[in-house]
Every structure is written in C-alpha cells, then in structure tokens.
Ligand binder design. Structure first.
Ligand code: F6R
Length: 641
C-alpha cells in the first residue's frame, strides 16, 4: 500500500481480507512480545478488551498456547473496563468473559490478571480508580493495548465527550451503547447504567496500540475515527497523533475509507466496469446533476479527467452508466414471464421460481426485503421464508410473562380441565413461576426459551400474513447452535450445517436471498452467513445450484450503496405501507427504551427511511421517482467457495 493511497488517513490502517487473517497477525505480534520479554526475564504487560472484536485474537492465543507451547507465565494483564454493579461471577461480567475466553485456557497466574471491579463501594470508586492507574504504572506501563470500537466511537467505555487526557473512572453509559448491549443481557432493561473504564489518556499511554474493527456495522464510525479531525465526540479519533497506533480492519469495515469509496480522488485507478459505474454515480451525486446531464467539465473538475482520457467523451459514458443503472430496476424480482430478459437482473425462466429467503432470525427478512417478498409471492413464485434461529434470546421476559399469565388465567376464568389431569394452564403456571423466580440476568431455562421462540414464531406468522404469505411457507430451522448457546458464545457445528443443506436439497431453489455476508463474523448474522456458506459448499456441483441466483440483502442501517445494487425493487406507497404494517408485528423487538428524547428510531422507522433514501438516490442520478426501493447485490456461488 503506497502512502499516496493512505493520504486521507490520519491513523495507520491495515485492511485484511477477513478478521481471521488480521487476528492471526495481532496474536502473532503479542506472542512475539511475550516470548521476547520472557527471553530477557521481563514481564509482558498487556491491555485487554472484551466484546466480539477480540474473540478471534483470544482464540488464536489459546491455540498458540496449546499447540505451540506459548506460555503466559510472564504476562500481566489490565482489562479496560467492567460494568458497575456486576459481581465477578455474573454471566455477563467482563470477569467471566475473560476467564471463559482466555485466562481459563492458558497458564497465566491469577494474581497477574487485573480487571476493574464492578463492586466497589460508590464512596471508594475514585480511590479505587486512581489505584488501578498506579498498578499499571508499577507494572511498568502497558506494552501492548488491544481495542475494539463501539458504534458511538467509544474505546473501552469512554463514551462521546470523554477527553483525551481522561483517566480511569466511573462512567454513565449512553443509550446506543446500552442498546447494543441489550442482547447480551437478554433485554435493555437489564443492562447496567454505569461502568468503570480506563480513560482515553490512560489508553494513549500504552507503548503500542492496536484497534480492531470487523464488519459493516463499524464502517462509518471507523471512517470518522481514521479520516476526520480528532474530536471528543468520537473518542477513538483521539488516538490520532500517537506514534504507535495501528488499526487492523477487515474489508467490510473499511468500505467507507476514501481510498476504497472514491479511489479516483486518491491516486491512479485501473478502470473496470464496477469502478466506472461507481465513479459516474458518485460524480452525479457530488455535483447534484442527473447522469445524462454530466459534462466533460464536471469530470475534469472533479478528479475524473483520467476516466475520460481512457474511455472517451462524457456523452457516451453517461449513456452507458445510465442504462446500466436503469437495468438494475425491476418490478419483477422473480423474473418477468414471457418478457425479454436480456436487460433484466433476473431471468424470465423458469417461472414460477422456487425462492428461499434466509433470515438470521424472524424479522430480518421482512424489515430488509418485505416489499420484495410480497412481490415475489404475489407474482406467483413459491417463496419459503427460512429462519436460521428462533431469535428467542431477544424476547424480553415481560412478554413471556404476559403470555404465560394469560394462559394461566384463561384456564381459571373458563374453568377448563385438562383431559389427562395436567392442563395447559397448569403447565403455563409452572413456567411462569420459574420465570418469576429467575433474576433478570440469569439464563433462561429451556422451557422459557421455548415460550419466547413461540412469541417470535407468532410474530413472524402475523407479519407474513400482512404480506399475504400462507403460514405454511415459513420454516423455523431453530438451529441447535443457537438453542444451546448465548451471544458471543455460539459454537455452530456440522449439525447446524446439515439442517441448512437438507433444506437446500429439499427445495432446490432457483433464487436464494441471504444477508450477513459483510457482518462481523462473530455476530449472529455473520455466523449464520458462514453456516450458509458452508452449506453451499456442501451442495457445490449439484445441477440446481448452477442455475440458482444468489441475492444478498443487507441489515437495517447497512443498506447497499447505489453502486453495489444489481437489483432494485421499487415499492409503491401502498406496498411500503404494507411492509411497515408487517414490521409492526414484531412487538417483541420494539425498543425497551423511551426513544422520544434519545434521537433513536424504532426499527420500522429505520426501514422506512432506508427504503425511501435508496429511492431518492436513484432519483438523484436521474432515474424515475419511486416512493421506496429495496436493493440487492448478486453474489456468485463460486465467490463463496
Ligand atoms: C469492551 C470495550 C468496548 C468494545 C466495543 C465494541 O471491553 O472495550 O469498547 O470494544 O464496545 O464491542 P464489540 O467488539 O462487541 O463490537
């Protein structure tokens, strides 16, 4: 990578094909440090983080310990943070996390591990924090600090507003950070409001700092941290200006960096069909002119003179890209029967098509492509909605409680008696008691999880009914990895893969819709995509797959940019309203926070905004004006092998 390409970047950023590759390099650096220090009889002092991001690094360190004899005997660690109020044995405490994923699996002496305590008396917090800092200093300072980045740009729990010289302290968590943690805690209401965190100033003192970011969800915050002026509103940007700071990111997280988004502003570009399309679409929006009105001068004055030299005058180029973009639009996502399909994103034949829409959990499908599902179904395709997981971990206790008490009371009201002595109301009563006895943070028992799965199944059925789908078109795969796991703790196996393979072989679809390809591979949607990928490899070479089109859709807030869309499905105002009504059915997924003053939106509002803004983007570049658009990118099965 030449310095020229990095000219917009204020922090050295290494982009790797995937998080596994980057994590192996980071782990190798840490191992090298540990061994070098051991060689000179010194301790290696590590600053450690929690969350999804460092998991692949910890996995690799554990492997190096087990398979290559890396010893942690001379390692001293200082964790960044801990939730305030959580005892160390709480399942969601960072103490548990660290022992589960790293310390418990290597030979580090217990007394060399330091994690802030969440149980310090309020009156003693200040002294406790100052002492934590002194301990780091006494250990000789941090040799190597690893970091993740939150969607607010936080590092550790340094929320926006943290100053660059801030120290270890008690901090009140912001609402987005608490929302992001809601899943870990089985409901937003259970997420602690406070945490103890090392300060930005303390982090900045480490000799080497490595921040990692994986997946699409981090794309915008990463760009701001790397390319914009440092600001306390985005604490990760305060790492700028420190000499030995490096960011390790995967391709998905790096997408918005200038060198990838608008490479023609950075240096010479080797022009290909996709880069030409990106450049023209970008120019059209940058100068606020529809494609067909772009002039040679627009290209020349906006860093695209090279493109004209290579491909000719603006006039022909405009027409080419206009047509390409126009041809992505179709009202017939399943292909239009008996129509010329030479310029359509989908083939006319076969018709009707067998279609499988995969979703990590119920709601993802409808929120991201409800309008397209409605069209496919309405136009005669045989659509199956397949849910990898039940999504029961994301159902609040209160909702299960409501249903169980309703069943229980209904029996009493109607004076029902079960035929074989045990009635449904009694069963509900037993589960209800368990639910009431459970502390909010405790894991759900299998029967409570089952009740919560049913909540989501029913919501999915209601939503699909809104889209005029028959209830028997829904397939709840309830993959075992999810039912026996928890967030950050899922371990998919061949059993899960087999279930997906069986579904594919049973249906032999002509079209598959799937999401999660650019998500953090540690997240639920990332894990589901990896499983899908393995299943696809297992059926590779089967005839039906050669004729199958794969369409990728993206999660809420991470929609495909205009230049990446290969199929744009316009929604009429009525169709958008239908989709929003369907999204409303996911009552269990509504925000648990009062949103009025927080600036956040409910998911149905977010989906509405996204579909409207994609339509606006099409309109801005000179396409017809639609109410809303859902966008898809075509994947080649071979790219996934
Ligand atoms: C936790 C920490 C946090 C996380 C951040 C990203 O110790 O330092 O700043 O790194 O919240 O979380 P994940 O990795 O789960 O996306």
């Amino acid at each position: 990578m030449s310095r020229q390409e990095e000219q917009f970047e204020r922090i050295k950023t290494r982009v790797h094909t995937d998080s596994g590759e980057a994590a192996r390099i980071v782990a190798a650096e840490i191992a090298e440090l540990i061994e070098r220090k051991a060689g000179s009889g010194d301790q290696a002092v590590l600053g450690l983080a929690t969350g999804s991001t460092p998991l692949p690094v910890y996995r690799e360190l554990v492997r190096l310990h087990r398979e290559e004899g890396l010893s942690f005997g001379n390692v001293v660690t200082f964790n960044l943070d801990e939730y305030y109020g959580l005892p160390p044995d709480h399942p969601q405490s960072y103490h548990q996390y660290m022992w589960r994923h790293l310390f418990g699996q290597v030979d580090i002496p217990k007394e060399q591990v330091h994690i802030p305590s969440g149980m310090v008396d309020r009156a003693e917090v200040f002294d406790y924090c100052a002492d934590y800092e002194r301990k780091i200093e006494r250990a000789g300072g941090l040799d190597y600090q690893i970091l993740g980045i939150g969607r607010t740009g936080h590092i550790g729990f340094n929320v926006p507003g943290s100053t660059s010289d801030s120290k270890t302290r008690l901090i009140r968590l912001d609402s987005l950070t608490r929302r992001d943690a809601a899943r870990d805690f089985l409901g937003a209401a259970n997420v602690p409001r406070y945490a103890i965190t090392r300060g930005v100033g303390t982090i900045r003192k480490a000799t080497r700092i490595v921040l990692m970011a994986w997946g699409q969800a981090k794309v915008e915050v990463l760009r701001q941290a790397v390319e914009e002026q440092p600001t306390e509103n985005l604490p990760a940007s305060l790492l700028q200006g420190r000499p030995d700071v490096r960011f390790f990111v995967d391709q998905a997280a790096s997408e918005a960096l200038t060198r990838f988004r608008i490479p023609w502003l950075v240096g010479p570009v080797s022009w290909t069909v996709p880069t030409i399309r990106s450049a023209v679409l970008w120019l059209s929006r940058a100068v606020k002119k529809p494609i067909l009105k772009l002039q040679d001068s627009d290209y020349n004055e906006n860093g695209l003179g090279d493109l004209l030299t290579e491909v000719g005058a603006a006039y022909d180029l405009n027409i080419k890209v206009f047509n390409q973009t126009q041809h992505t639009i179709t009202g017939w996502p399943g292909g239009k029967p008996n129509a010329d399909d030479s310029n359509r994103p989908e083939r006319a034949k076969p018709f009707p098509k067998r279609v499988v829409v995969f979703a990590a959990e119920p709601d993802e499908d409808v929120l991201c492509m409800g309008g397209t599902i409605h069209r496919l179904n309405n136009q005669g395709s045989e659509v199956t909605l397949a849910y990898f997981t039940s999504g029961n971990l994301a159902v609040p206790d209160g909702m299960a409680r409501q249903i169980l008490s309703l069943m229980n009371e209904l029996e009493q009201e109607l004076n029902l008696k079960g035929a074989d002595g045990v009635s449904l109301g009694q069963v509900a009563g037993v589960i209800l008691k368990k639910l009431q006895a459970k502390s909010p943070q405790e894991d759900d028992s299998a029967d409570i999880r089952q009740v919560k799965s049913l909540v989501r199944r029913n919501e999915a059925r209601d939503a699909s009914r809104n889209l005029k789908m028959a209830p028997d078109r829904l397939r709840f795969l309830d993959l075992p990895f999810y039912e026996s796991g928890g967030y950050r703790n899922f371990q998919p196996t061949e059993k899960d893969e087999k279930i997906v393979v069986e579904l594919l072989r049973e249906i032999e679809p002509h079209q598959i819709y799937v999401s999660g390809g650019s998500a953090d591979p540690g997240s639920l949607s990332g894990l589901c995509f990896q499983l899908f990928r393995k299943a696809l490899q297992a059926v590779g070479g089967e005839t039906w797959l050669e004729e199958c089109y794969l369409w990728s859709y993206r999660g809420i807030g991470q929609e495909w940019p205009l230049n990446a869309i290969d199929m744009a499905v316009p929604l009429s105002p009525d169709e958008l309203a239908l989709k929003i009504e369907a999204s409303f059915q996911y009552r269990s997924q509504r925000s648990q926070f009062p949103l009025r003053h927080s600036g956040h939106k409910e998911i149905w509002q977010q989906t509405d905004d996204i579909n409207r803004s994609t339509a606006e983007a099409y309109n801005d570049v000179g396409m017809a004006e639609y109410e809303a658009i859902e966008g898809f990118k075509r994947l080649q099965p071979a790219d996934l092998f």
